[in-house]
Design a protein around this ligand. Structure first.
Ligand SMILES: [Zn+2]
Length: 310
């Protein structure tokens, strides 16, 4: 598969936010990459059918982990969505290229590419949207850092906002791609658009991009068809608006963790419910709530999360 780091760019006539969309941070998640490619085509043809159409700012689409995406695996050596902290970047930038593992190289290249875009466009606002999919079905949602602006824009996407997810993990893009580290006012959102292989995960990712673009003024609401909102609201009908993570079940490969089949995102669960098995025996739910991201793939360091409605 031919795949580059930068897969889309579109600059409007008017200055506005730098809208940076990254997908394939996990190499087995292709829906976001497709969504970015289609978004680029939509932006290019829109002025033909709608001469009034104006785009404010610049849209850039990038692949997070190019090497893993080419091989359709989550990662080759380690998860690049756990590598984002100063200490690690410092190590990577002070290590000779030949001694870097594939994911170190990806982190380095992505960080350089993002900063070059900021330098070149000099935006007043950077919107960073990180597109993912999950191994489980049923449920789309966004994750944000705890800053009010990011939460506000995330709420414009008609899907549950999951809060507190970043407390249990470290080194994600949402921990690091912020105003302080990028030197420009930054809004960061991660959007999970459905199961990896579902065709609709692509449509939902496009709808999320469009919703965010409307919320930050890249495009006018009157220029955007309602179908995008409908795709998300239909899917979110029975899902809570805001939820908070109350439990995280981290795992290592030595645990031999196997999730019981059939769980879907946001499915209600009861205390003591038999959720999974590992080498110690049954893994029971410690509380009532809803299950999120039950692991149905080989690679991953999170068995599942439990969220409760806010
Ligand atoms: Zn992912």
């Amino acid at each position: 598969m031919k795949l580059k780091r930068k897969i889309a760019e579109f600059t409007g006539k008017n200055k506005g936010p730098l809208f940076l969309c990254v997908a394939g941070m996990h190499g087995n998640e292709h829906a976001g990459i497709k969504a970015i490619e289609l978004m680029q085509m939509m932006l290019e043809v829109e002025p033909i059918t709608n001469p009034e159409f104006e785009f404010n700012g610049r849209f850039v689409g990038m692949v997070g982990n190019v090497k893993a995406s080419k091989k359709d695996v989550r990662f080759l050596v380690k998860d690049i969505n756990r590598q984002w902290n100063y200490q690690n970047l410092d190590r990577i930038f002070h290590t000779p290229e030949k001694d870097l593992d594939p994911e170190d190289q990806e982190v380095k290249e992505l960080w350089v590419a993002v900063n070059m875009e900021i330098q070149a466009y000099q935006p007043e606002l950077l919107v960073f949207l990180d597109l993912h999919t999950t191994s489980a079905y049923g449920g789309i949602y966004s994750i944000t850092p705890e800053d009010p602006e990011s939460i506000q824009v995330a709420q414009a996407i008609t899907a549950p906002v999951v809060r507190g997810l970043l407390e249990g993990v470290s080194g994600t893009t949402l921990h690091f791609f912020n105003t302080k580290n990028l030197g420009v006012k930054t809004i960061s959102i991660c959007f999970e658009s459905g199961q990896h292989a579902e065709a609709l995960s692509i449509n939902r990712a496009i709808a999320a991009i469009v919703s965010c673009m409307k919320a930050v003024g890249s495009v006018k609401s009157s220029d955007v068809e309602n179908q995008h909102d409908n795709i998300l609201s239909e899917y979110s009908t029975n899902l809570p608006k805001v939820t908070k993570v109350v439990y995280h079940h981290p795992i290592t490969s030595a645990d031999e963790f196997v999730m019981k089949p059939g769980y879907t995102n946001f499915q209600p669960i009861k205390k003591s419910e038999h959720l999974a098995d590992d080498k110690r025996g049954k893994v029971l739910s410690p509380m009532d709530g809803r299950i999120l991201m039950p692991l149905y793939q080989k690679l991953g360091s999170d068995g599942f999360f439990i969220v409760q409605d806010c």
